[in-house]
Each structure stands twice: as structure tokens, then as C-alpha cells.
Design a protein around this ligand. Structure first.
Ligand code: F3S
Length: 399
């Protein structure tokens, strides 16, 4: 890989430990993937924030970098393992909270915004069309590439952090237009009637796309919440972190329709639900907000929960960014939601909080949420926001 004089100096250690380490990571990645040079990035999203995933070794690694590392571009953070303010309310232990706070301190020292959300595009980290960024967190990466039309590979936590310290990333993969051409045409014949259908669609497309870039036709309309749900699901279950929906996502009209073709029928959507849903009736945890709830979704939950009570023995979490929660406070949604006994889970989510063994069953709107919750040994049910609220107030899944 060709380095500029300044980049070579960075690699030689002229700008300190964190920059040298970062350059080593970026150069190694670039060489593995055949990048010819580094390119500037407009922003970074860093994953690997939960102490539950990092452990002490990860914390040590971050502390070392934080000694002299400062980010050079707008850098936001993925969800942490707990609500940074109300962790007690979510049943997090003081020991865990202490370690998680040390992780956050290290990121803060580096100059990173402690945003703790997987929807950075809703809170101010919003690239423009065609902009190169270095994001980690698969749903956010897919949203950036597909819905915004920015360009990013699916970075890991360390490579995203390295890009933040250097302000650059190796130019390979989805940074190059020739690698952004769709390779499978997915004709969607199924009708999508509720938010979770987009998670089911993502499952079905992901399985059929098998690490290819899908080009979807047959979809007439989609809103932001549906697209963010689809982004999380399609990449979790199989496709590359980029898709096109004809007439809806940017650049879709300029892409060639791929020769390879598959279709998604109503039966594929049903099969997706059958695969994602387990046999379980009693619901111990209901969680909406994977990816993190928009203010629109919070408003809907508040409307459905008005004058209702969450069932005893069931917890209802609304996972969102602190920024969205602040808007919810102002609009009075928080009061309605909390009066019903539901809880905001700001800064965190069901996948990265230390939940293994704590709840036996989960109801959610999210296919990705089900995927990760199974790893936390939960039986899962996926459905609409209405079905999730119903599960929260009855403690049961009703179909
Ligand atoms: Fe976000 Fe957690 Fe889902 S990081 S996409 S809420 S698994």
C-alpha cells in the first residue's frame, strides 16, 4: 500500500502510540484486502462498547490507546452494556456498572461523543451521499451504505477506532464503486403489512442473497423505521451490508438489474417468522428498539400503553438513544410509558446488556434482536409494536 510521507511518519511513531498502533492496524487491513492507499473519512461509528463483550482485556486495550489517542473526525459510539444513568433500574450490578463506566471514561478521553446508539444517523452523525466513512455495527453500516448512499466497509471496533485516530481508512471493498454493483435481483412479491414484516423480509432476503448485494424490486414504499429494521435483519441473516430498493434507495435507478434472480413470496415471509419464533407463551422481557427506537416509534409505544399496566413478572424495555429519550420527555411520552411500568433502556440494548440467564423469553419487533437473544438463551417471539405491547400488558404472546 502506498503511504504519503505524513502517513509513513505516523506509522513510524512520530505522532505517538495510539496513532502508530492505528496505522499498523490500517496498513495490515489494507494489505490483506489489496488497498492501494488510505482515504479520508468524514465520520466514524465505534462498536465494541459493552463491557460484557470487551472484558478486562478490552478495557486494558482501550486504556492504553486513551493515554495519547485523540480522534480526528466526528466519532460516535455504539450501545454500551447498560443505561449509563439508570442502570440500577434495569437490574445491572454495581460491579458491572463500575467496569462499564471505566470503558466509557476511556472513550470520553479519546474525544468520542458518548452517544451510545446504533442509530448514529438519527442523532447527528449523518453522512452525505457518496461520503466515505468508517463505521462499525452492522445495521448502521447497512443503513449508511444503502439508505444514505455513503460508503463504508463493515468495520470492527478496533479498525473503526484506528480510522478515528488517523482520520483515514484503507480504500478497498465498499469504498470502491466497482464493488457496489448489485449481484442478485430479488423480486418481492410478498405484501408487507407491519414493521416486523421488514425484519422477516430481511431474514428471507439475507438467506437467499448469501453474501451478495441484493437489488430489490416490487416494493412501492418504505418509511425510515421499516428501512432501519430491514437493514438490521438483512445483514444479520446473510447479505453484504449494502442493498438497493428500486425507486426508494439512492442510486437504485443507476444500477444494472442483476441477471441472477430470486423471488420472495408470502410463504418466505411466513417461513421467516416460523424460523425466528420459538414455542413459548409466557413472556418475561419485551424489548422494542432494535435498532434503537426513533421518536416516532416511541410515540407509538406511548399511544398504545396509555392507561395500561405492564404485567407483573414481565419487563418492558424501550431501547433508544438518550437524545430520542430527551425528545420523548419533552413530548410527555416518557411519563405515559413509565406510568405504565415500562422502562427506558437508553444507551444499551438487549444484545449487549449482560442478560444471559436472566430472562427465559423475549418478545420484540426485531429479527436481529431475536438472533442475539437466542445466544443469550432466550426463547423469542417477533411481532408488531401492537403485539409487543399486548405481550407486555398480558405477559403472554397471543398468537
Ligand atoms: Fe442496535 Fe443492539 Fe439491535 S446494537 S441493531 S439494538 S442488537
Amino acid at each position: 500500500m502506498q503511504l504519503t510521507e505524513q502517513e509513513q511518519k505516523m506509522l513510524d511513531g512520530a505522532e505517538g502510540y495510539a496513532v502508530r498502533k492505528s496505522m499498523e492496524i490500517l496498513v495490515a487491513l489494507g494489505e490483506i484486502y489489496g488497498a492501494k492507499r488510505l482515504i479520508k473519512v468524514g465520520s466514524v461509528q465505534v462498536s465494541g462498547v459493552s463491557y460484557n463483550n470487551l472484558g478486562d482485556a478490552g478495557l486494558e486495550f482501550l486504556d492504553e490507546l486513551a493515554k495519547d489517542g485523540k480522534v480526528r473526525v466526528l466519532t460516535t459510539l455504539n450501545p454500551a452494556g447498560m443505561d449509563l444513568e439508570n442502570w440500577r433500574n434495569l437490574g445491572i450490578s454495581p460491579e458491572f456498572a463500575e467496569k462499564q463506566n471505566l470503558v466509557i471514561k476511556a472513550f470520553e478521553k479519546m474525544g468520542i461523543l458518548i452517544s451510545c446508539t446504533c442509530t448514529p444517523y438519527l442523532i447527528g452523525n449523518l453522512p452525505i451521499f457518496g461520503e466515505h466513512v468508517a463505521w462499525s455495527e452492522s445495521s448502521a453500516v447497512t443503513f449508511a451504505n444503502s439508505v444514505i448512499g455513503a460508503k463504508t466497509n463493515k468495520e470492527g471496533g478496533p479498525s473503526a477506532l484506528a480510522a478515528a485516530f488517523v482520520g483515514k481508512t484503507p480504500c478497498y471493498g465498499l469504498h470502491l464503486d466497482e464493488n457496489r454493483v448489485p449481484d442478485v435481483h430479488v423480486e418481492v412479491k410478498a405484501e408487507l403489512t407491519k414493521l416486523s414484516d421488514w425484519g422477516a423480509l430481511g431474514y428471507a432476503v439475507g438467506k437467499k442473497a448469501e453474501n451478495k448485494i441484493p437489488y430489490l424490486t416490487g416494493i412501492k414504499e418504505a418509511d425510515l423505521d421499516e428501512l432501519k429494521s430491514f437493514c438490521a435483519s438483512v445483514v444479520t441473516y446473510g447479505s453484504k451490508p449494502l442493498f438497493y430498493i428500486k425507486g426508494i434507495t439512492p442510486d437504485s435507478e443507476h444500477q444494472p438489474t442483476p441477471k441472477e434472480k430470486v423471488s420472495i413470496e408470502q410463504a418466505d415471509i411466513k417461513n421467516a417468522y416460523d424460523s425466528i419464533n420459538d414455542q413459548v407463551d409466557d413472556i418475561e422481557l419485551v424489548c422494542v428498539g432494535c435498532p434503537h427506537c426513533s421518536i416516532n416509534e416511541i410515540a407509538k409505544v406511548a399511544q398504545l400503553l396509555e392507561c395500561k399496566k405492564v404485567a407483573e413478572g414481565t419487563e418492558f424495555w424501550i431501547a433508544t438513544s438518550r437524545t430520542a429519550k430527551q425528545l420523548a420527555d419533552k413530548r410527555g411520552y416518557t411519563q405515559i410509558i413509565e406510568a405504565a411500568g415500562a422502562k427506558f433502556a437508553c444507551d444499551t440494548c438487549m444484545a449487549v446488556a449482560p442478560l444471559k440467564g436472566r430472562f427465559k423469553s423475549l418478545a420484540t419487533t426485531s429479527a436481529k434482536g431475536c438472533f442475539y437473544s437466542r445466544q443469550n438463551l432466550m426463547k423469542t417471539k417477533m411481532g408488531s409494536i401492537e403485539e409487543c405491547v399486548q405481550a407486555a400488558v398480558t405477559g403472554k404472546w397471543s398468537n
